[in-house]
Design a protein around this ligand. Sequence first.
Ligand code: NI
Length: 167
Amino acid sequence: MALLPILRYPDPRLHKKASRVDVVDAGIRKLAADMAETMYEAPGIGLAATQVDVHKRVIVMDVSEEKNDLRVFVNPEILSREGECEGEEGCLSVPGIYETVKRAAKVRVRALNLEGEPFELEVEGLLAVCVQHEIDHLDGKVFVEYLSRLKQTRIKAKLAKQARITA
Ligand code: NI
């Protein structure tokens, strides 16, 4: 396994739309394993392939306290949404920024597992928020884009300053 570099907002590559995975092969399994390692190391609760500059529809998540509940979704699709919830979100591509975003409270998802088998799952709570956040990444959307223009400009300025300090 290997740690992968994570793109930082406002990197334009975060806005690429990821393509569907045709075959879940050894390459996809290796990508998912590397993404999981990168997510745990960061540490974070979710990571989309887009964030490591691989534009394929693969996401990894683990919202458990013990970090022992890894979920890998290939070609995830939201089939239905229910309710509304608001919570503070962060993102490994937008370090140090936490903002409130409105999401569906419950979603039904269809995806492939690492054996290439389709499954459907209804999720709620933090996992539902996480799934929506990560699928947005695959569509080229970063959570700060739900915020006002003014806030986005401030966040970009803050991140540019951070980058200068750490460079
Ligand atoms: Ni994110």
